[in-house]
Design a protein. Structure first.
Length: 100
């Protein structure tokens, strides 16, 4: 799998911002990742793309949801996200530039 196709986009929500401000001294980021990605592939992709050291990767499968549109039931697709913990002193600029 090509590393540029593993990570789709960062997830920026209020819950993620609270996760960053937790008591931990490590930086945490959340990314939307490819459905077939695993922890090691995400770790290698971040090392290749952003040149950062990753301590820990947690993978979460977000299930699909039933929604209705004009009274017609439909299903929103599920997706996969990765919560990444970086080494102390490492940060990411979410515009694509890594800082050390």
């Amino acid at each position: 799998m090509d590393y540029t196709q593993v990570i789709y986009s960062p997830v920026i929500t209020e819950k993620v911002e609270l996760l960053k401000k937790s008591l931990s001294s490590h930086e945490r980021y959340v990314f939307r990742v490819h459905q077939m990605a695993n922890k090691e592939i995400v770790r290698q992709a971040l090392r290749y793309l952003y040149k950062v050291k990753v301590l820990k990767v947690n993978i979460i499968n977000v299930p699909s949801k039933m929604k209705s549109f004009r009274r017609q039931p439909s299903r929103r697709p599920g997706w996969k996200k990765a919560v990444v913990t970086l080494a102390p002193g490492q940060t990411l600029d979410l515009l694509g530039i890594a800082k050390k």
